[in-house]
Write a protein that binds this ligand. Structure first.
Ligand SMILES: [Mg+2]
Length: 344
């Protein structure tokens, strides 16, 4: 097995601000695994919230002995990667995605069929995210997003009320999700904000109102009183967190950069459903490689938030489309694996 990797700067169409910070670009690492004339593609989009950056991903990949990886033994390959170093979920995820891309191409199947899930066309709709901005820009972004049937608004910062009002001027009743990214610091503040959001009557749920590290007693207090379903994101890293999330939240946002790829995502979504949680697949700012990898697991979800590739202007890959938010592989240029190819 041959392993190649390189870094690419993804350029955001609009400056992207959430409660944690701002960015105009996102550096990601792409990888290729080659074995028996087949190429598997993977991607890592690191977040310092989860202790990863480009340098840690490169350092991890340099430690990997690619002769220990195989398209014919995903589980054995992942067990080897666990021995290389703990953590590094985005880096391991890139390798897991490339391994499954190769394994499915070898089997002459799409990854979703290799996993036994299938993919129903027309059933899977992603929200389109609007980051924190001035009300004037929010209005402009909401007009640009008029084709999407579900929006997601970032809150958790001063100006959030003006921003929701600006969104509602343009899209008064479109279903919306909100994400506070741990921005509300006390249970009282969080409850007050959730009551304000519930009064909108078209908000589906709120992601991560308080910090993931909030004491159990405060999380229980908020869950008992919240007028909106609460979704764990920063509090749901991997399958190990599902018992905690089932106790203190109603839903989870699963991302492949947190779970260590498609295999970990499959496991986390399955465990969440078994525990009675609603499930969503989310993303970082990322290309069509990671988006397509997540979309393979759509059948295990209630909601999708797979728009990271729609927010950038230089996606190096082409995979599923998202016309009006409907994720579709109908025109994907590749039939097998992730169903992604480099853009010419
Ligand atoms: Mg979130």
């Amino acid at each position: 097995m041959e392993l190649k990797f390189w870094t690419t700067n993804l350029i955001l169409a609009h400056r992207w601000t959430i409660a944690r910070g701002s960015a105009d670009q996102q550096e990601v690492v792409f990888i290729e695994l080659k074995q028996d004339g087949l190429t598997g593609i993977g991607e890592a989009s690191p977040s310092d919230r989860y202790q990863e950056e480009i340098s840690t991903i490169e350092a991890f990949l340099k430690q990997v002995d690619s002769s220990r990886l195989s398209f014919t033994d995903i589980q054995g390959s992942m067990e080897y990667l666990e021995q290389v170093a703990p953590g590094n979920s985005a880096a391991k995820g890139a390798l897991n995605i490339a391994l499954l891309d190769g394994a499915a191409k070898r089997a002459g199947k799409a990854v979703y069929d290799l996993l036994g899930l299938g993919f129903r066309e027309g059933k899977h709709v992603t929200s389109f995210s609007i980051g924190i901005d001035s009300p004037e820009i929010i209005r402009k972004k909401a007009i640009e997003a008029k084709d999407y049937s579900v929006l997601k608004l970032k809150v958790g910062m001063p100006g959030e009320k003006e921003n929701l009002a600006a969104l509602r001027e343009v899209a008064p009743t479109v279903p919306a999700r909100v994400d506070a990214n741990e921005g509300w610091k006390t249970k009282e503040e969080a409850l007050q904000k959730l009551e304000w959001l519930a009064a909108d009557r078209h908000i589906e749920f709120c992601e991560q109102p308080m910090p993931a590290s909030t004491p159990a007693v405060d999380l229980a207090w908020l869950k008992k009183r919240s007028p909106l379903p609460l979704m764990a994101d920063e509090a749901c890293i991997s399958v190990k967190d599902i018992p905690h999330c089932a106790e203190f939240y109603h839903a989870v946002n699963v991302k492949l950069v947190k779970t260590g790829g498609i295999s970990g995502g499959f496991e986390t979504l399955s465990a969440a459903r078994k525990a009675g949680l609603k499930t969503m697949l989310g993303c970082m700012i990322e290309s069509s490689v990671l988006i397509s990898a997540a979309a393979q697991l759509s059948e295990l979800t209630d909601y999708l938030d797979l728009d990271g590739n729609l927010l950038i202007s230089n996606d190096p890959y082409f995979g599923p489309t998202a016309e009006q938010g409907v994720i579709s592989f109908a025109n994907a240029p590749e039939k097998f694996g992730l169903r992604v190819v480099p853009r010419k």
